[in-house]
Design a protein around this ligand. Structure first.
Ligand code: F6R
Length: 361
């Protein structure tokens, strides 16, 4: 059932224009340019507490940036295995949200059950709609990625991001933070994502060419700011999982606080640099890396200015509205991991030591 593709992962990466479109349509109305009435009264929510593991945790962090920026809604996000055992202080008025592809991850489910027992309102963003979390939570917020076979999550991740961004806009509308004109603009931006993801898939050949060198690296650093920071961590996780190359994702502003010590000719840095209000800051971090002899791969729109410095290679990403840049830039992250793994000859769909669903701790 892989059709023209070599691996399920490759197929699932290419399914994303559809899976994102389908997920957006659950929460937004393309014709009216409005959000659909959310199943939670966001005006009555004081705080959101998200729990998740792995890739779902990074998708949730992107969601946090959006809930705070577009809805002024405080949002905490925590790794479920920490949350469930540390006796967190939760306050009534908090909406607890579990984010999970499978809906079966033991730590996430236990955290959700615990929140419910504390009397909190609960919701679950899940891809398997008949799962334990879907049944446990009061509100089901589905993603429509369809079955994901590759162990390394790709289309489930972008579906989670699409759902969370849509919900953040819905929360902004409900809380009076977003007026009708802004709502129309943001909904339009979200519906541009499928087309721009399809455009990002055209980066294929350019990314493929870079992975010949990347496959030789022992360590790779991923950098980003804003929502590109969690996406940098997701990119690092993807690379680790399927190519077994050590990788770390960092907030670009943290570079000077430690990781710059790792930079040498053999340690590539991948930077996610959309042309937003933080571009110049990221570009100057890349100059610092280049000045220390570190090879840099800068993923940015073609119209973004060239940072000074030898050794900075560029891959052009589609220019896109800020809200959806995590959806669009997820694609080059996934392709980078995929082609590096193919280059190394690892088992892309079934990486060593990993299981698709972690139902035991
Ligand atoms: C990474 C990956 C894992 C899962 C994590 C949570 O590619 O797939 O990190 O994201 O095990 O799984 P779910 O979303 O099913 O709770």
């Amino acid at each position: 059932e892989k059709g023209e593709y070599r691996h399920f992962m490759e197929k699932e990466i290419h399914e994303q224009p559809d899976s994102v479109q389908h997920t957006l349509s659950e929460y937004l109305d393309l014709v009216s340019g409005k959000v659909k009435v959310p199943s939670v009264d966001f005006a009555a929510v004081e705080r959101i507490q998200i729990v998740a593991c792995g890739t779902a945790f990074y998708a949730s962090q992107i969601g946090k940036y959006a809930f705070e920026r577009y809805a002024g809604l405080p949002c905490d996000i925590e790794i479920a295995s920490e949350f469930r055992y540390r006796q967190p202080a939760v306050t009534q008025g908090t909406l607890a949200v579990a984010v999970s592809q499978s809906g079966e991850t033991a730590d996430t489910l236990a955290s959700l059950t615990w929140c419910k027992a504390q009397g909190l309102k609960t919701a679950a963003v899940v891809n398997v709609h008949s799962s334990s979390m879907a049944r446990e939570a009061e509100v089901l917020w589905p993603t429509h990625a369809g079955p994901e076979i590759g162990v390394a999550s790709t289309k489930a991740f972008t579906a989670q991001v699409a759902a969370l961004l849509s919900l953040a806009v819905a929360a902004g509308v409900a809380r009076g933070k977003i007026d009708a004109a802004q709502e129309a603009e943001l909904v339009k931006a979200l519906f541009e994502a499928p087309r721009l993801i399809a455009e990002a898939l055209q980066m294929d050949a350019g990314i493929h060419a870079l992975t010949i060198d990347l496959a030789k690296a022992r360590d790779v650093l991923f950098l980003g700011r804003g929502p590109m920071f969690p996406l940098a961590m997701e990119g690092a996780l993807k690379l680790k999982e399927i190519s077994y190359i050590h990788a770390e994702g960092y907030a670009a502003g943290e570079l000077k606080h430690g990781p710059i010590a790792l930079i040498d000719e053999a340690t590539p840095t991948v930077a996610l640099a959309p042309l937003d209000d933080l571009f110049e800051k990221t570009a100057s971090n890349l100059q610092e890396v280049a000045a220390r002899g570190g090879p840099v791969i800068m993923i940015a729109p073609e119209k973004a200015p060239d940072p000074h410095g030898a050794g900075i290679r560029r891959v052009h990403a589609p220019d896109c509205p800020a809200l959806i840049s995590p959806l669009v830039y997820a694609v080059p992250m996934q392709l980078l991991a995929y082609y590096t793994a193919v280059q190394k000859g690892t088992d892309v769909d079934q990486p060593r030591n990993l299981a698709k669903s972690v139902t035991v701790e």
